[in-house]
Design a protein around this ligand. Structure first.
Ligand SMILES: Nc1ncnc2c1ncn2[C@@H]1O[C@H](COP(=O)(O)OP(=O)(O)OP(=O)(O)O)[C@@H](O)[C@H]1O
Ligand SMILES: [Mg+2]
Ligand SMILES: [Zn+2]
Length: 451
């Protein structure tokens, strides 16, 4: 039978639960010291191990091969097996979303009065417990506070803030964390090896990025990709997950750096026309700039980037950018992301955001770019080369200190200031020709340049 990987690889004991270290420790201690709370609340994002841990805890409490609760349930007894199979008479998993009424709560309270059939505890796992109506939550209150001694409640939710505080304050709470990129990549590789699925490291990373800390989503995507029966590459991952190809992202980011408004707007338009949402485009760009910031600030960052573009693409773009402009772009993107959430005209906001990115980048470039010594001297040598030999000696005594779209500043030895001033039109013409656009030149006199 074909079983989805996300179910096949449900952790059966605490040792195979990925991440969530504090929870493992706390639960092990609780079970071994027999300090069993009447109610537990498991909170955290989708697919991070709440339901799995609820089952593990249930096995720990009810394992028949131990006379007391155990941190190492045998996995073989009738109780352990039934819990894994989801048909234990003493462990009820209730989907609170579809049993959210006060009558459901009353029925549950009634059931809790019966002694367990084969094991120590009668355990109620209430999945998505935030979906219980307030009246249902209120009805359960008393029972959760002081349940019969053989009853344990395990409430699970992705939205802790929707659980009434009167309930959550009566539960021992465990906060499940979104899993780290590394943890997900590691688990994906492990599963891929066991299942003989061929997948590249980059593709693994990309899946991990798309799944945003949830292992279920990651394994489901891997499952889906493995059905194609060929090696899984980043391109495949992007196709199947509906993401944006790295080539398209690279085009946009490079065009932003180059100040190429037309390409930026056209690429964005093409993506939108092909069904990508402005939100997806923005969040993909956000991931690229995040990677750029890392590449810019960490020397050997190959394993830290989340793999939006490949490493050499990132390096190339990062080299051309200042740290401060990457940082500014990230701020801009974050701001726009929250604006996108409240607007109905996403495409327009996206364009505004992209134009801002270009603008910021150019401003930053002018501010710092003015000062890049290497670039300045190379521009100046081009100017000298482009001029007639007769003028070269004079020009080579000056230094280009800064330039932008319309102005240049030249440092000139005191003795030559007059000569430069009387030939300023000529110098402007030469420089404009080399730069490819008209500039005005200002002269600064520098004593230290005098021979
Ligand atoms: N911490 C984890 N360690 C190992 N596998 C995990 C972990 N979290 C999730 N998984 C994988 O994802 C699947 C779903 O996990 P689980 O049902 O425990 O998530 P959940 O937190 O209850 O999610 P939801 O909030 O959507 O109900 C598991 O069968 C397993 O394959
Ligand atoms: Mg669950
Ligand atoms: Zn057992």
């Amino acid at each position: 039978m074909h079983q989805p990987l996300s179910l096949k690889y449900r952790p059966k004991d605490l040792a195979s639960l990925v991440g969530q270290e504090p929870i493992k420790i706390a639960l092990t201690n609780a079970v071994t010291s027999a300090k069993i709370a009447p109610a537990y609340l498991f909170t955290g994002p989708r697919g991070t191990g709440k339901t799995s841990t609820a089952r593990i805890l249930a096995k720990s409490l009810n394992c028949l091969n131990s006379s007391v609760p155990t941190a190492n349930p045998c996995q073989k007894c009738a109780s352990c097996k039934a819990i894994d199979a989801g048909n234990s008479l003493d462990v009820s998993e209730i989907d609170a979303a579809s049993h959210n009424g006060v009558e459901n709560a009353r029925e549950l309270i009634e059931r809790s009065n019966f002694a367990p059939v084969i094991s120590r505890y009668r355990i109620f796992v209430l999945d998505e417990c935030h979906q219980l109506s307030s009246s249902a939550q209120n009805a359960l209150l008393k029972c959760i506070e002081e349940p019969p001694s053989h009853v344990v409640f395990i409430l699970c939710t992705t939205e802790a803030h929707k659980v009434l505080p009167t309930i959550s304050s009566r539960c021992q709470t465990f906060n499940f964390k979104a899993l780290s990129m590394e943890a997900i990549v590691e688990q994906l590789s492990r599963v891929a090896v066991q299942e003989s699925i061929a997948i590249t490291e980059e593709a693994n990373k990309l899946i991990a990025r798309y799944s945003e800390g949830g292992l279920r989503d990651a394994l489901q995507l891997l499952s889906q990709l493995s059905l194609m029966g060929e090696e899984i590459t980043p391109e495949r991952v992007v196709e199947v997950s509906g993401g944006i190809r790295s080539h398209d992202l690279a085009t946009i980011v490079k065009a932003i750096c180059a100040g190429d408004v037309l390409t930026v707007l056209q690429s964005a338009r093409t993506l939108i026309d092909s069904g990508k949402t402005p939100k997806l485009i923005l969040s993909s760009l956000l991931a690229v700039y995040r990677d750029l910031l890392i590449v810019k600030s960490v020397p050997k960052s190959e394993n830290v980037v989340v793999g939006t573009l490949n490493y050499s693409q990132l390096r190339q773009v990062a080299n051309a950018l200042e740290f401060s402009s990457i940082d500014a772009a990230l701020m801009q993107l974050q701001k726009s992301e929250s604006q996108l959430r409240v607007t109905t005209n996403g495409a327009t906001w996206l364009e505004v955001c992209l134009l801002n990115l270009i603008h910021n980048n150019q401003e930053q470039h002018n501010r710092n770019g003015n000062g890049k010594a290497g670039e300045l001297s190379s521009v100046w040598s081009q100017v000298i080369e482009a001029t007639k030999p007769a003028n070269r000696t004079l020009l080579s005594r000056a230094k280009l200190i800064s330039f932008n779209e319309s102005n240049c500043v030249l440092a000139v030895p005191t003795s030559d200031v007059k000569k430069f001033q009387s030939n300023i039109a000529l110098v402007e013409r030469i420089v404009s020709r080399v730069l490819g656009y008209p500039v005005t030149i200002a002269i600064e006199q520098r004593k230290e340049l005098s021979a």
